[in-house]
Design a protein around this ligand. Structure first.
Ligand SMILES: [Fe+2]
Ligand SMILES: [Fe+2]
Length: 163
């Protein structure tokens, strides 16, 4: 095998392991989103909170589905879906607000979490280009779902800021 061919094989391997790492990262983000949305959909109080609680409760199942699709892809690529002991939380702004009627704090936290997810998928989409179209296709679909979630909560923010 020529040196050139062997080095391109090596760099493909590097890209593959970076893709698996990116998928694991995305998997944890989805799992944390599930935790945060379940909590927020129960912790908020007041009339203003009702549509937000309903939207978050609905998104939970979609985020679980995302995590399952990522887990499947990690296995397809030969990776291992990590266990709960390696989970590291990062969604500081989705913790229960001091004031349980502070709906805006949660709306902003959701937009931030969706942006974070979108950024991660965007990086994966670029990384996969020309290398792994199956993962790229999955990440495009998941990113589109997160864009829809973000749009919905941006709409909520617009309305709630007026109050
Ligand atoms: Fe998601
Ligand atoms: Fe989402």
């Amino acid at each position: 095998m020529s040196a050139k061919r062997s080095s391109s094989k090596k760099s493909n391997k590097d890209v593959k392991s970076r893709i698996i790492d990116g998928l694991i990262d995305a998997y944890w983000k989805e799992m944390e989103t599930v935790q945060s949305y379940v909590a927020a959909s129960h912790n908020l109080d007041g009339v203003d909170a009702e549509p937000i609680k309903k939207a978050l409760a609905g998104d939970v199942m979609e985020e679980v589905g995302h995590a399952q699709q990522l887990a499947n892809r990690i296995r397809v690529l030969g990776g291992v879906v990590p266990g709960s002991m390696s989970f590291k939380p990062s969604q500081k702004n989705l913790q229960p607000p001091k004031d349980s009627t502070d709906v805006v704090a949660i709306i902003k936290g959701v937009i931030e979490a969706e942006n974070d997810g979108i950024d991660g998928y965007m990086k994966l989409i670029r990384l996969c280009d020309g290398v792994d179209y199956g993962t790229q296709d999955l990440c495009i679909a998941l990113m589109t779902d997160e864009e829809n979630h973000r749009r919905e909560f941006e709409g909520f923010l617009k309305q709630y800021k007026k109050r």
